[in-house]
Design a protein around this ligand. Structure first.
Ligand code: CAO
Length: 434
């Protein structure tokens, strides 16, 4: 025999109304006691409302996007007799809201109800809000992710305020499973011994700081790129004395247009000329490793240092743009990156990456390829040095360059040809016009 029971929104604390952000069941679903039915959200907290009974969902009365208040009818259930009660589950200590859903007999159900289960609002609250940098997901989605071993900080949320929905977790798992695995699938199988887990606190005081989402993603990509391609780094010291005089002569004009003209746009222009002279630098290995895809466009990525880690925005069609236009885009994109407003589309399609530490310091370094690009130029801080001109030492402004390239595509001779070429055009900026 069955009873029709109503499930209503329980006491939700001091909120006159809350948003219905997710309805987790549909008509005909069979649920167990404590299964989550809907997710509600106030401006302080998110809560799942659990099923007070086991049974079959008869009608669902709430829709995502609607508002609900205490007592609002969520749904009706066809509850089997004998399975009406459930043991109360203690609410988590941190939960500000942990009431049982209101349950009431529906009019056409004359059967007496046994003591309705005062189930807690399961794992009631995940008080994480947009803007705190923490993931935004309901307790049921968190439980689902935990079950699958998914790190929610890696999942993109498609719900309101970037809330992570169950479907987002499913899509993430599907995408991960679809990735090629192991040597046979073209992936990497290095057979490395496991890194020992060290308890550093044995040796002194420590503090645990979670890695940012950017760091986790870029770290995984950098690791893959580091081991996937045989890198060579070619160093070159370039005389930019004349270039610097020219750049400084343009600063006022640039400033009038609201642009800060740094060295990077000149380097991009020099690289365009270099990539035209040596097209293998504007290429990628085809996925099957059988051919080279030569690109006829010139989009440049540049590594931008942000508080959360490294991102690589892309400036498109550098060959068709003037120095000031490139400089303007460079500062706009790096500002966007630092304000976390850069979009995935603005970081895609690059042909070649520049990683400039020139504003910070250091001499040479070995940049890691941004695969499937085949080369990356590391730029360090220029310094005045005594340079022998055949008769005497003269002070010249010297710029250290570090060109890493994929040795599967580019031979050492070609690597050195590009750095020599860059030395030539940057040493005599008029050659950029040729
Ligand atoms: N030599 C000497 N001075 C340099 C220089 C160089 N090679 N490159 C830049 N500078 C100077 C600039 O002229 C500027 O000087 P003023 O402030 O006196 O005008 C100053 O350094 C700061 O430049 P900038 O960093 O604002 O501008 P940029 O165009 O050179 O670089 C950007 C832009 C986004 C690349 C840079 O800000 C940045 O984030 N760099 C870090 C990249 C990074 O982390 N790479 C490592 C990747 S591997 O982990």
């Amino acid at each position: 025999m069955s009873n029709i029971k109503e499930v209503r929104v329980p006491d939700i604390g001091n909120f006159p109304e809350v948003d219905v952000v997710e309805v987790l069941v549909k008509e005909g679903d069979v649920v167990k006691v404590e299964d989550s039915l809907v997710t509600l959200e106030s401006d302080k907290a998110t809560m799942d409302i659990p099923a007070p009974f086991a049974g079959k969902i008869k009608t669902v009365r709430l829709k995502a996007g609607e508002k609900a208040a205490e007592g609002t009818l969520i749904l009706t259930m066809d509850v089997e007799e004998g399975v009406l009660s459930a043991a109360p589950v203690p609410a988590p200590a941190s939960a500000p809201v942990a009431p049982a859903p209101h349950v009431a007999e529906s009019k056409p159900a004359p059967q007496p109800v046994q003591a309705a289960a005062p189930a807690s609002v399961a794992a009631a609250v995940s008080a994480v809000e947009a803007g705190t940098g923490k993931v935004h997901a309901s307790p049921s989605v968190r439980a689902f992710a935990r079950e699958l071993g998914v790190d929610l900080s890696l999942v993109n949320g498609s719900g309101p305020k970037r809330r992570i929905l169950k479907e987002d977790v499913q899509a993430f798992v599907k995408a991960e499973l679809a990735k090629p695995r192991g040597a046979a699938a073209g992936g990497l199988s290095l057979g490395l011994t496991a890194m020992p887990a060290v308890d550093f606190s044995k040796y002194g005081e420590v503090e645990i700081k979670a890695l940012s989402k950017i760091k986790k993603i870029s770290g995984a990509n950098l690791h893959r790129n580091w081991v996937a391609a045989p890198h060579i780094t070619q160093f070159e010291e370039v005389d930019i004395t004349e270039l610097e005089i020219f750049r400084k002569s343009m600063l006022d004009e640039a400033a009038k247009q609201g642009v800060k003209l740094t060295l990077l746009p000149f380097l991009m222009k020099a690289l365009v000329a270099g990539m035209k002279a040596f097209p293998e630098f504007n290429a990628s290995l085809a996925a099957d490793g059988e051919s080279l895809v030569l690109k006829k466009y010139f989009h440049f990525g540049f590594a931008a240092d942000t508080p959360d880690g490294l991102v690589v925005p892309v400036i498109r069609d550098v060959d068709q743009k003037g120095l000031l236009e490139i400089a303007r885009e460079l500062s706009a994109l790096s500002a966007k990156a630092r304000e976390k407003k850069i979009t995935p589309g603005e970081m895609q399609g690059g042909c070649f990456t520049i990683s400039s530490l020139g504003g910070i310091g250091g001499t040479y370094f070995t940049p890691i390829l941004n695969l499937p690009e085949v080369a990356i130029l590391g730029v360090s801080r220029s310094t005045m040095k005594p340079v022998w001109n055949g008769k005497e030492f003269v002070p010249r402004l010297m710029l250290p360059l570090s060109l890493s390239y994929d040795h599967r595509v580019i031979d050492g001779a070609l690597g050195a040809r590009l750095t020599s070429f860059l030395s030539g055009v940057l040493g005599d900026v008029r050659r950029l016009l040729l």
